[in-house]
Design a protein around this ligand. Structure first.
Ligand code: ADP
Ligand code: GLC
Length: 483
């Protein structure tokens, strides 16, 4: 199959969260199965080596109706692996800044532009995909274009797939974007793209894609409800027959404790000894007391309401004060929450370390050095860190929602079966209960190690995930031919 991905994030060139990891890993896994895969993504100012990126594939006049001087776009092609190329759209004004998601007046136009550019690259080069796979809101208007503006071109026959990585971010933009893309006026309706007086990119994608994917089966069910639907649950319900949840995976080239170059000592299920060395080294690196007997709980996260860390920061002092845990956080986001965590570290200098910022190497050392990994998410479409944690024998403490519910099995005290700690309610008492469970498990070394080994033996591979995607693509092609 010929498969085109359109995504605002592609690691390692651009990554704000799990989306960047997911798009590169899925693309690689599909190409490894012999498919021809291309990924269109913007060339941001922050992309390392951008000046000499790949080779010039094309210089386009993108089919938009704005200022003609702004329609030109260079496309640089980078071969990533056999069968896989990234096509970077280079446009200084739109993407020359360092941020992936900047706050600026023309943010809708900027997103619409690279989606339309993706289609123009195909039209210009004559490379016609079977599947156009759109990721998150910035690519949401592409399925709409396929059903309208470019319907009469060779692309009109392509099947499209829309993956919702996070329904909270929808891209509610000015109606002007419709004119910019030349979309027909009848789409300005509450039954179509209109939403709360604006133009909703993701709503367009959900309604117009041939099929819709979410990144876990549980999240696919949750977003049918008002609690998780962020105002689009009725729209999602309209597409329920074409909706499915397919779990993300772990890229074992990146996240593997037996080969990870960031670690002091590598380890595997055959010998967990290296994990203690990683814990001691992490404690040293972060200025914590060197202490293998106290459980070390970690968080690596965007500090957003979604992640429930505003609740965690209220629960942790009790356990830190009692000397029952050490705690490490790496993350950034909400300024007030950043300050609350900084204060926590100041209050418990030997037991709590907080690093505000983004640090890939440190994130690997935390995954290896911690005993538990806390994800008290209010919602979590899939979540990657609980998967990485399990691979590193670091037991996830998670709220039973979305992909967390689908991937972590609660430890049973009677059978010692399980892969982590799972709690039900995103509130202070839920997190309190879960940490107590973790302490109990840690206090039983044989059970703790057995759960660690069970966690490490879980298989969340991208090969499996890409099989799920391929079967979805086949359904999409059949539907498109029939429709
Ligand atoms: P989300 O995409 O909602 O942020 P995921 O669990 O899917 O959540 O993915 C988060 C990804 O971002 C993981 O790869 C995680 O290691 C990484 N990450 C998040 N914050 C940081 C940070 N401050 N430093 C390094 N990596 C981070
Ligand atoms: C989103 C979700 C996260 C998911 C990631 C990759 O950022 O918040 O749960 O793992 O996308 O699909």
């Amino acid at each position: 199959m010929k498969i085109l991905h359109i995504t605002p994030e592609l690691a390692p060139w651009s990554k704000a969260g799990g989306l960047g990891d997911a798009t590169i890993a899925l693309s690689k896994a599909l190409a490894a199965q012999g498919h021809e895969v291309r990924v269109v993504t913007p060339l941001y100012g922050s992309v390392p080596g951008r000046e000499n990126m790949g080779t010039l594939l094309d210089v386009l006049k993108v089919g938009v109706h704005g200022n003609p001087a702004k329609a030109a776009c260079r496309v640089r092609s980078l071969a990533i692996s056999s069968g896989l190329e990234a096509w970077f759209t280079e446009h200084e004004d739109y993407y020359g800044g360092r941020e992936i998601y900047p706050t600026r007046e023309d943010v809708g136009e900027r997103a619409a532009f690279y989606g339309r550019a993706a289609l123009d690259i195909c039209l210009n080069t004559g490379w016609t995909p079977d599947i156009i796979h759109c990721h998150d809101w910035t690519a949401g208007l592409v399925p709409v274009l396929l059903n309208t503006v470019v319907k009469g071109t060779p692309l009109g026959k392509c099947a499209s797939v829309m993956t919702i990585h996070n329904l909270q971010h929808q891209g509610l933009m000015s109606r002007r974007v419709m004119g910019f893309l030349g979309l027909p006026e009848h789409l300005w309706s509450p039954l179509e793209l209109e939403c709360l007086g604006g133009l909703n990119f993701l709503k367009g994608g959900i309604l117009h894609a041939t099929r819709v994917i979410t990144v876990s089966p549980t999240y696919a069910r949750e977003i049918l409800t008002p609690e998780f639907g962020y105002g689009l649950d009725d729209v999602v319900r309209r597409r329920q027959p074409e909706l499915e949840g397919i779990l993300n995976g772990v890229d074992s080239d990146e996240w593997n404790p037996s080969t990870d170059p960031y670690l002091k000592k590598n380890y595997s299920t055959k010998d967990l000894g290296g994990k203690s060395a990683c814990k001691a080294e992490l404690q040293r690196e972060l200025g914590l007391a060197t202490d293998l007997k106290t459980p070390l709980i970690a968080v690596i996260s965007r500090l957003w309401e979604q992640k429930g860390l505003d609740l965690a920061v209220r629960v942790l002092p009790k356990f830190l004060r009692a000397g029952q845990i050490q705690f490490v956080l790496l993350g950034s986001g909400d300024a007030q929450l950043e300050n609350e965590f900084r204060r926590l570290a100041a209050d418990f200098p030997e037991r709590c370390a907080v690093r505000i910022g983004y640090d890939n190497g440190l994130s690997h050392r935390i995954e290896a050095g911690a005993d538990f990994f806390l994800m008290p998410s209010r919602f979590e479409p899939c979540g990657l860190n609980q998967l990485y944690s399990m691979a590193y024998g670091t037991l996830p403490i998670v709220r039973a929602t979305g992909g967390l519910a689908d991937t972590v099995k609660h430890w049973s005290r009677t059978t010692a079966q399980g892969t982590g700690i799972v709690f039900q309610h995103a509130d202070v008492s839920g997190i309190d209960w879960a940490i107590q469970q973790a302490l109990e498990l840690f206090a039983r070394p044989a059970d703790f190690q057995s759960v660690q080994l069970q966690a490490m033996q879980q298989e969340f591979s991208w090969a499996k995930s890409s099989d799920g995607h391929l079967s979805c693509y086949r359904k999409a092609l059949t539907q498109r031919l029939a429709g």
